[in-house]
Design a protein around this ligand. Structure first.
Ligand SMILES: Cc1cc2nc3c(=O)[nH]c(=O)nc-3n(C[C@H](O)[C@H](O)[C@H](O)COP(=O)(O)OP(=O)(O)OC[C@H]3O[C@@H](n4cnc5c(N)ncnc54)[C@H](O)[C@@H]3O)c2cc1C
Length: 374
């Protein structure tokens, strides 16, 4: 039987299908991701995406198989935040097509996304429409047999490297009901601008100036864009929690190891009660996070009426807990913990965005409290 670290042992029972998937994912991570875990280049992003695709691991993303994506993100994120982001976006970018796309759009993109040969992206956020998605201002109007798009998207993962963007644009009317989802191939994008973020997210702006795409690139019905975007995010919220669990597991493993080997005052630092307490607190929070994530994933797969509430709770708790666990690990590493090139330093940067994207912690509280009171 495969040897697990103590942090990995704080786990839930997975069914045979997921156990087999996890083992395959570990092999790909060991062979193709861990050796490049410090490489933040686009070349690394492409190579890791193709490795995941070649091993058949991106099928769960195009199938929107939430429990499987959780298993994959947990394993992949423990090694590379960049690989985790690439994995997630293959699902988030293709998700609208999987949920509402025409057969023609699906057959044009599904196999390429699944193989990791085409890079997918989703364009929702704008400078004036972050948490408030219904405020989107990008427009798309009909002209003959084409949509003409104008506007700017920001914080778009895979900006500039995506082969297509699933874009939410205003096709008529105020608020959420005036929004539609349109597939925009990279050739129709006017320009992109990449940001320099604390962590390796290939993220930036995507600009449309009279960008033209065929009418049949509409994903789902006109006026259903907000709903399709929210349904897509619903599938991925729990998986963000799973990525956080993967990162926290690595941080706790490294903290335990360091606490055993680092000696001060003539003994290993784990003999000091304050260090031991940090390890115990991290184990408890990690275990609770994993239970919540897989409970939410199961609820989603079973179509449980409370699935949305479980997934908001899991995303909120697991990402916030992972931030604390990783911070403690940095503290246990002392000065080494803030040196570039150490895993905990990288995790400290990697984890931060997870509390913001796909609905901030505050928005999860809003969603959750609404579910509890309506
Ligand atoms: C690394 C990264 C990758 C991303 N990738 C993508 C992507 O691929 N596609 C995409 O479309 N978007 C993407 N985003 C954007 C992300 O979804 C938004 O950043 C997020 O929704 C928050 O929007 P905002 O940044 O405009 O913050 P704002 O909405 O301006 O929020 C600012 C603060 O106000 C709080 N706040 C806002 N409304 C409320 C409220 N009602 N109650 C309480 N507090 C509130 C927020 O919680 C936050 O603390 C990405 C973001 C990051 C950081």
């Amino acid at each position: 039987m495969e040897k697990r670290s103590i942090a990995e042992s704080a786990r839930v029972e997975l069914d045979a299908r997921l156990v087999e998937l996890e083992a395959r994912a570990r092999k790909v991570v060991d062979a193709s991701i861990r050796p490049r875990e410090e490489d933040e280049s686009d070349d690394a992003a492409f190579a890791m995406t193709r490795a995941l695709g070649a091993a058949g691991l991106l099928s769960s993303c195009v199938d929107l198989d939430v429990p499987a994506i959780c298993v994959l993100r947990e394993v992949v994120a423990s090694s590379s935040g960049l690989a985790d982001s690439m994995l997630a976006l293959q699902g988030l970018g293709y998700g609208p097509l999987a949920l509402a796309g025409s057969d023609a759009l699906k057959s044009a993109w599904r196999a390429k996304v699944e193989a990791g040969e085409a890079i997918a992206a989703i364009g929702i956020t704008e400078p004036e429409a972050g948490s408030d998605v219904a405020a989107i201002a990008t427009t798309a109007h009909r002209d003959g047999n084409e949509w003409v798009l104008n506007g700017k998207k920001c914080f778009i993962t895979n900006a500039g490297i995506a082969d297509f963007y699933s874009v939410v644009a205003r096709t008529g009317g105020e608020g959420a009901k005036g929004l539609s989802m349109i597939l925009v191939p990279k050739e129709a994008v006017t320009s992109t601008l990449r940001y320099d973020l604390v962590a390796p997210h290939p993220c930036g702006e995507v600009v449309f100036e009279d960008s033209r795409v065929p009418l049949d690139h509409l994903i789902g019905d006109e006026g259903q864009g907000f709903k399709t975007a929210m349904r897509t995010l619903d599938h991925f919220r729990t998986t963000v929690g799973a990525a956080a669990v993967g990162m926290a597991t690595r941080a706790l493993d490294d903290a335990i190891e360091r606490s055993k080997t680092r000696q001060q005052f003539g003994k290993p630092i784990n003999r000091f009660q304050q260090i031991a307490a940090m390890l115990a607190d991290s184990f408890v929070e990690l275990h609770a996070s994993r239970l919540m994530v897989y409970r939410a994933a199961t609820a989603h797969a079973q179509g449980d009426a409370l699935a949305g509430a479980y997934s908001s709770a899991a995303k909120m708790y697991a990402t916030e807990a992972a931030q604390r666990i990783i911070d403690r690990s940095v503290q246990i590493h002392g000065g080494q913990g803030v040196r570039k090139g150490t895993a905990v330093e990288r995790l400290y940067r990697d984890i931060r965005a997870l509390r913001i994207y796909e609905g901030t912690t505050e928005i999860q509280r809003v969603v959750l409290s609404r579910a509890l009171t309506t």
